[in-house]
Write a protein that binds this ligand. Structure first.
Ligand SMILES: Cc1cc2nc3c(=O)[nH]c(=O)nc-3n(C[C@H](O)[C@H](O)[C@H](O)COP(=O)(O)OP(=O)(O)OC[C@H]3O[C@@H](n4cnc5c(N)ncnc54)[C@H](O)[C@@H]3O)c2cc1C
Length: 384
């Protein structure tokens, strides 16, 4: 969860939203302090080759989107989407992952969605959520995210998504965290940094999947998920609502811009300029000019935009085997080393926070009821 700055405005490193429905988020994060603003609950889909746009609204929240949504997806798909929504928003959002599940694409076919809806809406939407053009994930994970979208809102903090880890870190005693050092080795009672072994009573390893695999000497999938955003400045916003404009013809080779959004519609820039963020996936080399050229069929005025920066994320999300059953992917204790991180549970902020909670549970540390429990300095005791 990273944020950089472009022309004095925070820009997230990769498109990232915060789902307010995540139960672990409610225990750890004070959303009010983040000055987080909700995105528009509708998604718009564009077919660039036809110049057509379709609206996929949440009619239960915005009744005015009912008719345009029905026109876009048809009554049968709309009913199926609604049925999925009601099923997914159960009390325990993660419960679907505890049962055997087909892959995402097989799950969509099983639910009876039309070929057109799958190809033009669901496939690009979930390529964005899994950061994988091939959507190698479980249908149960898709249901978990669909439930989170139905049950809560998707918000963006005023200072960017990095405000979330910053808020968590701000509660730690000063000097408890040493940054900008790479750990070279771990075991149950020591950490190696710069060739020096440091003895500890407990070791928690909270690194990305590929780093954990190297440090624990285990094999994982060599596949790497990557995402790039290309950011442009414009004096007028090319969209009116702070929502995603999704490419219904998304194809990593022939139509590689997955979606576009305008974060400055949620958190305006002081100078009134707008930032237009185009998201791409995979390892292809993209140039600012090439992406801008592609966007001309989305927005004729794109030729007037000014390129202001780009972000690239390597190893963006872990690979969890699609045949895996369970909300947790790895045991919390591997040879005495306690494991945290999204690859130990599932690839989301909920999965990541739960992975940290599992470590606390293993250590016998009570979980907070809410972020108000964490403001007392004595609530968390950290030993380096
Ligand atoms: C672009 C993008 C968009 C996303 N959007 C969403 C979303 O909308 N909703 C959602 O729920 N989830 C989303 N996610 C997923 C979510 O952000 C991640 O699952 C979560 O941030 C992973 O946290 P983590 O602590 O497991 O890993 P990380 O945040 O990657 O933390 C691992 C840490 O380990 C450090 N490290 C690596 N190697 C070493 C070493 N050798 N020694 C010491 N430290 C090391 C790294 O510097 C890093 O700080 C998104 C992810 C990405 C990349």
């Amino acid at each position: 969860m990273g944020t950089t700055e472009m022309e004095g405005h925070p820009v997230d490193v990769g498109f990232h939203v915060l789902h307010t429905a995540y139960p672990a988020l409610k225990r750890w994060v004070n959303l009010e302090a983040l000055e987080a603003t909700p995105m528009d609950p509708s998604t718009e889909v564009i077919l660039p080759s036809k110049g057509r746009r379709m609206l996929l609204g949440d009619a239960l929240r915005r009744p005015s989107t009912l008719l345009p949504t029905l026109r876009s997806v048809g009554p049968f798909n709309a009913l199926r989407l609604l049925r999925w929504r009601q099923r997914a928003r159960g009390r325990d959002l993660e419960a679907p992952m505890d049962r055997p599940s087909p892959t995402i694409d097989a799950g969509f076919a099983d639910q009876g969605f039309s070929e057109g809806l799958r190809q033009h809406v669901l496939h690009p939407l979930f390529a964005g959520i899994t950061l994988d053009p091939e959507r190698r994930e479980r249908a149960a994970f898709a249901t978990f995210t669909w439930g989170a979208m139905a049950k809560g809102t998707m918000v963006m903090p005023k200072d960017g998504i990095v405000a979330v880890p910053r808020q968590l870190a701000s509660r730690l005693p000063p000097n408890a965290v040493r940054t900008d050092v790479a750990v070279e080795g771990v075991d149950a009672s020591s950490v190696t940094v710069d060739g020096v072994h440091h003895a500890h009573d407990k070791v928690v390893l909270a690194v990305p999947q590929h780093v954990a695999a190297r440090l624990l000497d285990v094999t994982t999938s060599p596949d790497e998920r990557r995402t790039t955003t290309m950011v442009y400045a414009s004096s007028t916003p090319p969209m009116r609502a702070a929502r995603l404009l999704l490419n219904g013809e998304y194809d990593p080779d022939h139509s590689p811009v997955l979606h576009v959004h305008v974060p400055t519609l949620l958190h305006p820039r002081a100078d009134g300029q707008h930032l237009v963020v185009a998201t791409l996936l995979g390892a292809h080399e993209h140039t600012p000019e090439g992406v801008q050229e592609r966007l001309l069929s989305w927005f004729p005025e794109a030729s007037t935009w000014r390129h202001v920066g780009r972000t690239d994320v390597r190893h963006a999300l872990p690979n969890i085997p699609t045949h895996h059953v369970g909300r947790d992917h790895l045991p919390v204790d591997v040879d005495g080393v306690l494991l945290a991180g999204d690859h130990t549970t599932h690839p989301s902020v909920q999965g990541t926070l739960r992975s940290a909670e599992r470590v606390l549970e293993a250590l016998g540390v009570p979980l907070p009821q809410g972020p108000q429990d964490l403001t007392r300095p004595a609530a968390v005791e950290v030993t380096a």
